[in-house]
Each structure stands twice: as structure tokens, then as C-alpha cells.
Design a binder for this molecule. Structure first.
Ligand SMILES: [Zn+2]
Length: 379
């Protein structure tokens, strides 16, 4: 029985080269480590060419992936509590190089595990007697123990994208962050859940990157928090949206989807280079497996609508459907919550209050709990 406690850190995501990027633009890699050993795993699509070797002074394991050419910025804090002191990534001979700085030099073992015809995992184990067994044991463990549901909380907009702006100049991005923070705080204290924020400060993140963050965190649920605006200042109340694959359910939904999706107009050229409009890239995000997720998203939205109704007026009491880019996760039940209207004076005043943001967070926490109570994670 392996009693070591592994610490998993999501380190970064890698972009595969252009020929493969169309099939799978983002590949997560993980590092599990303890005081004596470490296991580095990266998922590769197509060509899994690699070279792994050690260098001394300082002691390090070098992993060269000549077919992987681009790296997206790391989104998770680095927490190295084991034998790995640091992880560095960089470009090398047209590919990428990942360097694991070690406390003392240990010999790595590599193993390729074929996931399907096109995808494989490169497992680099350091000081582990049997890399395959270690990976298998870790996987078996994660299947046996009841695990926490990973909740990706997405505070809408941020940085150069303010979101909707009220008549008296209040920004949606701050309301969204406020509610998201309170929700994260509550879920952190609930041992059934492991929350993760797409942003925890006032920074700009392109929409597609938010979706990919949820994927890379292996989120079980994705919740995007917003406050909307309407051409009419009388429109008020909260609404809940899930993705429509067949167009928006109403004119209002269509209008909103257009305005929320336009957040990506703030993306720099570099961002849009990564998140190309290429339909092949999009099809990775909008996969057929969404059909199964659609039902789960409906259940989630229904519960949320009912819980929100306890703390705020509802704009309408049905689930809205719109083609929000941020909801296009292939395999994660996803929902976008409009907490109220920035364009409505009464709503906006309430939304700016901490006490109301806390109430909204409480309703969303309850909704997450209700959802997983009725739809437990597979054992
Ligand atoms: Zn918004």
C-alpha cells in the first residue's frame, strides 16, 4: 500500500505544433511529487516524440518535446513541496523544453501509455521503481477514494474588459468578481468541493482560455458569473443561461450572447493567434459529447434558478439558451448566471452591496450542492 501523499500541481498547458494544433490545441501536464519521488505526466496527441535526460549543477531532469511548439501561460500557483524545486519551460530547437529542477539528482524513467489511437501520455517518473505501476496506483487511488467535485468559478470580464457599465459608472467586472470571491470562499469551506477561479484579480482573460482552464483543471462544473445590461433600463432580475446549440432562445438571449462574446474583441493579436477562429479548433471545444452535458446543464440551471429566486427577483423563470462562447466546454456541465442588470438602477444598487453579493454566492453554493446531491460524481 502506497502511503505517500501526492501533491498535484497543474503547472501549465502546452500548445501542440500547428499541424496537430488543429486537432488538440491545449495539452495539460501535471506533476505529482512527494519527498522521495515525482511523476510528471503530459498528454500528447499524435506524434509523441520525446527525449528525457539528466544534467548536473544544478541537478535537473530535462524533457524535450520537439513536436510541441508553444506554451500557454501557467494559470496555477506553483507549489513544490517534494523533490522538485522548480519547473521551467522554454523553447528549444523548434520544440519545447521542460526542466524539472531537483533537490538532488535522481534518474528518471520514462513510459508511454497509449490512451487511444491518437493520444498518449508521456510519464516521467523520478526515483519511482515502476513508473507504470505508480501511474496505475495513483489512478486506482483516485477512483477508490471519494473525491471532491471540482468547481470552476468564472468571474466575467476583467482587466481592460469592464463588462456592462451602469449609468453611474459602475463596472460589471467588479460585481462578478465580488460574487465569485464569496462563492469560492464558501466552497473552500465545504469539503465536498474544490473550487477554482479562472481569475482572482482584475485581469483580462480571453473567453476561450477560460473554457480551457476549466478543462485543464478537470472541472466537474463550470459557472460563469455576470451582471447584464439591456437596452431598456426597466429590465431587471437574475437569469440563468446554458449553451444553445441551435441559436438563442429569445431576442434578449441573442443580444446578450453577442455582447458577452464580444469580450474577445479585447483580446490582443497574440491571444487570437492562440485561439484561432479555425473551425477545426472550435470543434474541439464544441464536441458532440456536449449532448450528454446538455441535460446536466439543464438540471444545474433549473436548481440555480430556483435558489436564486429565494434571494433576488428573477428576470424570467425559465432557463435561457444562448451561444455564449464561455459555455462551450465539451464535457463539463456549464452555466452562465446573470445576477441582475447593471442597467437597472435598483438592481445595480443591490449588486454593488457586499451583503447581496454574499446572498447570491450562498444561493449558488446551494445550487452546486443540490446538483451534486442529485447527480453524484461517478464512483
Ligand atoms: Zn458579462
Amino acid at each position: 500500500m502506497d502511503r505517500r501523499r501526492f501533491i498535484t500541481t497543474l503547472l501549465a498547458t502546452c500548445l501542440l505544433p500547428s499541424t496537430r494544433a488543429l486537432a488538440n490545441p491545449l495539452t495539460p501536464f501535471t506533476l505529482k511529487e512527494d519527498d522521495e519521488s515525482a511523476s510528471f505526466v503530459i498528454e500528447l496527441e499524435g506524434n509523441n516524440e520525446h527525449k528525457v535526460f539528466t544534467l548536473d549543477n544544478p541537478p535537473r531532469v530535462v524533457i524535450d518535446l520537439p513536436q510541441v511548439t508553444r506554451i500557454a501561460p501557467s494559470t496555477a500557483p506553483k507549489q513544490h513541496a517534494g523533490i522538485v524545486k522548480d519547473v521551467r519551460t522554454g523553447h528549444r530547437d523548434g520544440g519545447i523544453r521542460i526542466v524539472l529542477d531537483l533537490k538532488t539528482l535522481k534518474q528518471p524513467k520514462t513510459h508511454i501509455r497509449q490512451l487511444d489511437a491518437n493520444r498518449s501520455q508521456l510519464i516521467v517518473s523520478i526515483n519511482d521503481p515502476d513508473p507504470l505501476m505508480a501511474a496505475v496506483t495513483a489512478e486506482a487511488k483516485s477512483h477508490n477514494a471519494p473525491r471532491k467535485a471540482i468547481i470552476e468559478i468564472d468571474a466575467g470580464h476583467g482587466g481592460k474588459d469592464p463588462g456592462c457599465i451602469s449609468a453611474d459608472d459602475h463596472y460589471e467586472k467588479y460585481v462578478a468578481m465580488g460574487v465569485a470571491d464569496y462563492l469560492k470562499e464558501r466552497l473552500d469551506k465545504d469539503d465536498r468541493f474544490e473550487p477554482s477561479l479562472t481569475r482572482d484579480s482584475d485581469i483580462f482573460i480571453p473567453l476561450h482560455e477560460r473554457v480551457l482552464m476549466a478543462r485543464n483543471h478537470h472541472a466537474d462544473l463550470f459557472m460563469s458569473i455576470h451582471a447584464d445590461a439591456a437596452p431598456s433600463t426597466s429590465a431587471s432580475g437574475a437569469s440563468v443561461y446554458i449553451l444553445s446549440q441551435h441559436g438563442a432562445s429569445s431576442a434578449m438571449a441573442r443580444w446578450l450572447a453577442e455582447s458577452q462574446n464580444s469580450a474577445d474583441r479585447y483580446a490582443s493579436t497574440r491571444d487570437s493567434e492562440i485561439y484561432s477562429d479555425d473551425p477545426d479548433v472550435q470543434s474541439v471545444l464544441i464536441d458532440l459529447s456536449m449532448r450528454g452535458t446538455d441535460v446536466a446543464s439543464q438540471k444545474l440551471a433549473q436548481t440555480t434558478l430556483s435558489n436564486l429566486g429565494d434571494v433576488t427577483h428573477l428576470h424570467n423563470d425559465r432557463i435561457n439558451k444562448a451561444a455564449f462562447a464561455v459555455l462551450k466546454s465539451p464535457d463539463i456541465p456549464s452555466m452562465l448566471v446573470e445576477t441582475g442588470f447593471m442597467s437597472n438602477r435598483g438592481d445595480c444598487q443591490r449588486l454593488l452591496r457586499n451583503a447581496h453579493q454574499q446572498q447570491l454566492a450562498e444561493a449558488l453554493h446551494q445550487s452546486v450542492a443540490d446538483f451534486f446531491e442529485k447527480n453524484p460524481l461517478p464512483a
